[in-house]
Structure formats: C-alpha cells, structure tokens
Design a protein around this ligand. Structure first.
Ligand code: NAI
Ligand code: MG
Length: 362
C-alpha cells in the first residue's frame, strides 16, 4: 500500500525547515526506493491569508485520510490581533481533536556532541534517552465543569476539573507499555495519588492493566512533584514516563531543557489504532514558528528532520530508516557543524540549507 503523507509547513521558519525534510524524503526515494504519496497544504497564518481560516475543512479531511501528518509550526505577530477564532493555533488544536490524538510523545535525548548544551552537568545527562508520554485530550484542560462563578458572598471562584475515565487512562497507558517493551522495558506512571482522587484512580487503573497485560514490563509509580525533582537529579533513571495532560505539560517542558536546544526536539502525537493497527498520527517539532529569525535561513532544521524520523518509526515501522536519519544528525553534529542556536566553541556556524545538505551527505 502507498504511504500517504500530508505535509503542513505552516508559518515562519516552518516552511524553511520543512524544505530540508523534503530533501531527505527525495533522498529516500532516489537512494532507497522508498516512495510516499505526498500532499502539501497551508495551515495557520498562511491559510488565514489565503483562505480566511486557520485550517480548511478539506485539510482536515486530507489529514484523516493520510497515514501520517508532518506538521511545521504556526503563528506569528501578523496574526496575533485577529481574535480568538482566527488564531493560527486553531490549526493544530483542530487536528488534535478531529484525529483524536490522545498521546503526545516527547523524547528527551542528549546527543553526545551536544552534551555541553544541557542546562545540567554533562555527567548527569550523557547518553540520556527518555520518552515522556503525555495524555493530551483529557484531564484538567478539558474536564467539566469548568468556569468562573459568583458565590453567595459576592466573591468569584474560578475552577477546572481533573477527570479521567478508565478508557482514557488505559489507552494511553497501553500505548506507553507497548513503547517501553520496544525500549528498555521500564515504565514510570506519574500522578498525585497522595492528594488527588483522580490520581489514585489513575494509579489503580494502570496497576490493573499492568497485571492483566504487561506484567513483563517493569512498572513504578511516582508522584509528579518527585518526578520533577528526579528529572533534574538523575534523569537517566527513566525510560518511559506516562502521565496526565497537566503534569505532562510541565514535565515535558522541564525534560526538554535537559537536552539544550528547542531547535533539536521532535514530538509525535498519536491516536487510537483501528482494527488493522493503523492509527492517526501527527509529528511536529516542539519549537514554534520563531518569527524573530524567520526568513533569514538560519533556523535549525534538526527538530523537523528528527520529527520525520519519528514518523518513519512510529507510523511506518521503518526502524532502520529512522535510525539512519537520526545517526546522520548525530554525525553532522560530531563533525562540528552548528546552526546559531546550538553554537559551541570550536564549532562552525552554518545556515539551514548547509545543515540539511550535510545531513544528506551523512
Ligand atoms: P518559538 O519556539 O517559535 O521560539 C522561541 C525561541 O527559540 C526564539 O528565540 C526562536 O528564534 C528560537 N528557536 C525556535 N526554534 C528554532 C530553530 N528551529 N532554530 C533556531 N532557533 C529556534 O516560540 P515563541 O517565540 O514563543 O513563539 C513564536 C510563535 O510560534 C508564536 O506565534 C507561537 O504562538 C507559535 N508557536 C507555535 C507552536 C506550534 O506550531 N506548535 C508551538 C510554539 C509556539
Ligand atoms: Mg507547554
């Protein structure tokens, strides 16, 4: 079957770094005979300018029909004043919702040549390779009831609800156990079972699933505050971490800084598998559209290229090709080439396309 890929570069540096991915895809085609059926479309500010909407209905349909979506980044000052319904971010929020992308995978990997770029000491992070799985369609950011109400005594109260059903917990935990099996076979489930009912329920549900289906995986439970501390103290103790939407938001941002630069970090967001094992999936760098450097040809393309490597691994089971791309990135860094965001002493500063070219060569 053809591998259907929808490419959505977006705004700012999105199209600049996506161009380098297109070269990698061309290389795969020419040199390895791996062919994708590709469509490219506008999202975010670019779609607002061309069509008056951050994401057209046809784009959503195309995303549903694709095997995988490769997303760039959206937004920029040009569209900041258009109002709530015209935010470029609506493009990504709509895709997450329409494709029911409930699991956000954020790897934190320290590549050897960049070990000094970490905010921590080199000996703490050397060889770090962990994966945070954040539940991304439920919990505190979506739970009902929510709102602001006026109390009898005249003051107001703002409130949100943390809420998880058995199914919501099981599907993200199941995906995380399966991921752990393909890695170092260790899963840390993170909540606050000591002070939250929903946290205690999370822990019980994960424990039951573990006993039923994943007894071979080493499971530990950890409170979220302790996890934050452990990520800084000794991040290499972790393999896969699974957690709720709100804790995952904080912990994954924290973990990203263990590795150094925003321009290096990919992510995946996965949906439920259907009967045939096919699941919706969207891949994007962590970084945004970087309007401060857009149009200058200096953006780091590695996060976007590494997002494509994740796509090869998780949507197409192409482990060998994924590793090929990742190893090329490591070797280019080892050879001393750096974009401005990851400059270190003794390295050579290059722009986006020279970096892309070097990846192809490796
Ligand atoms: P940002 O990630 O775009 O930029 C933060 C800083 O990191 C900037 O100084 C930027 O130059 C630098 N940076 C980011 N990616 C880089 C790369 N690949 N190479 C070199 N340097 C890089 O975050 P910021 O400034 O908060 O947001 C800018 C715009 O992007 C906003 O409109 C925001 O809403 C949007 N955004 C979009 C996201 C998405 O599409 N998923 C995610 C985050 C922000
Ligand atoms: Mg965040």
């Amino acid at each position: 079957a053809n591998k259907k890929l929808l490419i959505l570069p977006g705004d700012g540096i999105g199209p600049e770094v996506m161009r380098e991915v297109r070269r990698v895809i061309d290389w795969m085609d020419r040199r390895r005979g791996i062919r994708f059926e590709m469509t490219e479309d506008l999202v975010g500010g670019a779609a607002i300018d061309a069509r008056g909407t951050p994401i057209a209905p046809e784009t959503v349909t195309a995303a549903k029909e694709a095997d995988a979506v490769l997303f760039g980044s959206v937004g920029g000052p040009k569209w900041d004043t258009l109002g709530w319904d015209m935010r470029p971010e609506i493009a990504i929020l709509t895709l997450r919702k329409e494709l029911d992308l409930f699991a956000n995978l954020r790897p934190a990997v320290v590549l050897d040549p960049l070990v000094d770029a970490s905010t921590l000491k080199p000996d703490v992070v050397r060889g770090l390779d962990l994966m945070i799985v954040r539940e991304s369609t439920g919990g505190l950011y979506f739970g009902e009831p929510r709102g602001v109400e006026t109390l009898p005594d005249g003051q107001q109260r703002g409130f949100d609800t943390e809420s998880y059903t058995t199914n919501e917990i099981e599907r993200v935990a199941r995906l995380s156990f399966e991921l752990a099996r393909k890695r170092k076979n260790r899963l840390a489930s993170v909540e606050k079972a000591n002070v939250m009912q929903s946290g205690l329920f999370w822990r019980k549900t994960v424990t039951a699933l573990h006993q039923r289906e994943f007894a071979d995986v080493e499971l530990t439970h950890m409170y979220a505050d302790n996890c934050a501390m452990q990520l800084v103290r000794n991040p290499r103790q972790f393999d896969v971490i699974v957690t709720s939407n709100v804790f995952g938001d904080l912990l994954s941002d924290l973990a990203s800084m263990l590795t150094g630069s925003l321009g290096m970090l990919p992510s995946a967001t996965l949906g439920a598998a259907d009967g045939t094992g096919r699941r919706h999936a969207l891949y994007e760098p962590i970084h945004g559209s970087a309007p401060d450097i857009a149009g200058r040809g200096v953006a780091n393309p590695l996060a976007q290229i590494l997002s494509f490597a994740m796509l090869l691994r998780y949507s197409f089971d192409m482990e060998e090709e994924a590793a090929l791309v990742e190893n090329a990135c490591t070797r280019v860094l080892a050879s001393g080439l750096r974009t401005a965001d990851i400059m270190q002493t003794g390295t050579a500063k290059v722009g986006t396309s020279v970096m892309g070219e070097a990846i192809l060569r490796e």
